[in-house]
Write a protein that binds this ligand. Structure first.
Ligand SMILES: [Zn+2]
Ligand SMILES: [Zn+2]
Length: 370
């Protein structure tokens, strides 16, 4: 059973068109597969698009209100995003790509990549970022008109902010509306263009922002700073700034989600008699006891010492892989001791599975062999 469309949009049943559009826009910006790496985002986005397609249309909404999902199906309607030819169009219709209809144009989104260390990802950090963005011109306050002069109706679009083109196709006429190139959708143009920005109302400047990078962030994740992108045309909101995090590789640990994996090297003698090792954790040393008879490739888990979770207070684990080192050269004394041992030690373990069994198990052929 599909979810209730109002619930998907997070609006009241009495919500008006404006509220529905607003809810859709803000959710779509979060869930759009182009900006949300979560694999479930695409499904949520489709669900959202369907909810919006129904609730933004007066007739469909009325049918849905009365008869629910079944009612729409009964009328032969199915979610096909027929008002948008594809997701790309849907996206650009709302997010600064111009799109259908008039009205001031929203500023474009911007992206910056930031490199941090694993320690910074562990504890969280802040970064001061400088970046180039289109901002409103201060001289004319973004209007594009020389101070003291006024704006007049745009001649190209007659003040509508949009221009129409009509194309003939085998299916009939296709009417497209596009943002007016002369006034960028504002419907007005300056009588005398501002001397500082040439009438565009905007200019390139270097902006600075401090971004909070939360503890637990992973490589490739993005932080959205709303309204920090390019300025929109007068009266329209600015785009967003996406900060893409790149976590540098670390000499001590390989990250596996919230877990940290490391390798500890011990000599074959210590593996046999047991030893204590110290793992340099991200928040202090971890003391680890390796019991006598520790085998090469043994994995020990230290719970709760891994990366913090982005949501909640849980922490991942540290997994320690034991590597047993066989000496490549020996002095005379060492050699003599080992020769004595070699006469008494068995070559293969009697109780634990031998190497072949372990290889077989590792290859997935566990069944049958003991
Ligand atoms: Zn115009
Ligand atoms: Zn200006």
């Amino acid at each position: 059973m599909p979810r209730d469309h109002y619930e998907v949009l997070g609006v009241e049943r009495a919500a008006d068109e404006k509220e529905i559009r607003k809810a859709f826009r803000s959710l779509a910006r979060e869930l759009h597969p182009d900006v949300n790496p979560d694999p479930e985002a695409e499904e949520h986005f489709k669900e959202l698009a369907e909810a919006y397609e129904v609730l933004s249309d007066t007739d469909r909404r009325a049918t849905y209100d009365r008869y629910g999902h079944e009612g729409l199906k009964g009328q032969g309607w199915s979610p096909g995003f027929d008002s948008f030819s594809n997701f790309g169009d849907l996206f650009s219709a709302f997010f600064g790509g111009g799109g259908s209809g008039g009205g001031p144009r929203q500023g474009a989104d911007l992206g910056i990549a930031v490199d941090i260390t694993l320690d910074e990802a562990f504890s969280g950090t802040k970064r001061q970022l400088d970046y180039e963005a289109v901002t409103g011109c201060e001289t004319c306050d973004g209007s594009g008109a020389e101070p003291g002069t006024s704006l007049v109706g745009c001649k190209q679009c007659g003040g509508h902010g949009a221009v129409r083109t009509v194309q003939r196709s085998p299916f009939g006429q296709i009417v497209r509306e596009a943002v007016c190139p002369a006034c960028s959708g504002a419907g007005k143009t300056p009588e005398v263009p501002c001397g500082d920005c040439g009438g565009s109302g905007s200019r390139e400047s270097t902006l600075s922002v401090e971004v909070d990078i939360p503890a637990g962030i992973d490589d490739g994740q993005r932080i959205r700073l709303a309204g920090r992108g390019n300025a929109g045309s007068p009266g329209a909101p600015a785009g967003d700034l996406y900060v893409v995090i790149h976590v540098d590789s670390d000499d001590r640990f390989v990250r596996d989600g919230e877990d940290l994996v490391c390798v500890v090297d011990i000599s074959m003698a210590k593996a046999a008699i047991g030893t204590e090792v110290v793992i340099p954790g991200l928040d202090g040393d971890i003391d680890l006891h390796l019991p006598a008879g520790t085998q090469p490739g043994t994995v020990l888990e230290v719970s709760g010492k891994g990366m913090p979770s982005l949501r909640g207070r849980r922490r991942g684990d540290v997994r320690v892989i034991v590597s047993v080192h066989v000496p490549e050269s020996l002095d005379d004394e060492q050699r003599a001791s080992l020769e004595v041992l070699a006469q008494t030690l068995p070559d293969a373990a009697e109780q634990q599975p031998g190497l072949f069994d372990r290889i077989r198990r590792a290859l997935g052929g566990a069944a049958g062999s003991n």
